[in-house]
Design a binder for this molecule. Structure first.
Ligand code: NI
Length: 206
């Protein structure tokens, strides 16, 4: 198994439930949310039960969905993540935004994504998540996946993804099924993470 260190890219959060915005924005506390903000969408923090909601398909790309895409991209870039699922912003619809480019200028929008092919080969990758800030651990993923989805204009397309993009797509698609990456870990590790997250939430609420 090769351990790819991609954690820093997958989900950096400066500190648990810390407001991640410009210095001019005031910190607002909303129970259960990681990144409250005025303009940006708040990100649910594990172990919030809402993260386990199974997302529903999107019927069509209308003005509401287009606005959601814009807000999710803004939220993802602001949080310095490389992927964000609508489930993480408490919208339980099948929508993912991703940008794995170094320059942070190649947004990828996947609406109603479906895996149409996965490689037999797998690797253990170190992952993180904007909903579980500060936690990184190994998850085994397919090396390559082909995913069919609508783009931001509602056009169907198939993407052949390898390496970091493949990992990111699998991670974000899990969110749409109500699954957070820590659920791949042992019950012992998961409970430790849960305890740590809850403690940080309590401290932040003070
Ligand atoms: Ni995540």
């Amino acid at each position: 198994m090769i351990l790819l260190i991609i954690a820093a890219k997958l989900g950096r959060c400066r500190r648990f439930c810390q407001f991640i915005g410009g210095p001019d924005l005031k910190k607002t506390k909303i129970a259960g949310f990681c990144i409250p903000s005025m303009a940006l969408l708040p990100i649910l923090c594990y172990p919030d039960r809402r993260l386990h909601t199974v997302a529903k398909p999107i019927a069509g790309v209308d003005a509401r969905v287009a606005q959601l895409v814009r807000d999710m991209l803004e939220t993802m870039y602001d949080a310095k993540g490389i992927g964000l699922a609508a489930s993480q912003v408490d919208v339980h619809e099948r929508l993912i935004v991703i940008d794995v480019s170094q320059e942070r200028n190649q947004p990828l929008v996947l609406i109603n994504p479906e895996l149409v092919w996965t490689s037999e080969a797998t690797h253990l990758n170190e992952e993180g998540c904007l909903s579980v800030p500060g936690i990184y651990d190994g998850v085994t993923r397919h090396d390559e996946v082909h995913v069919r989805a609508w783009d931001a204009q509602g056009q169907s397309r198939t993407i052949e993804a390898q390496e970091l993009l493949a990992v990111c797509i699998q991670h974000e698609m899990d969110h749409l099924m109500g699954k957070v990456f820590v659920e791949y870990l042992s019950p012992l590790k998961r409970n430790r993470i849960k305890t740590k997250m809850l403690k940080a939430q309590r401290e932040d609420a003070r």
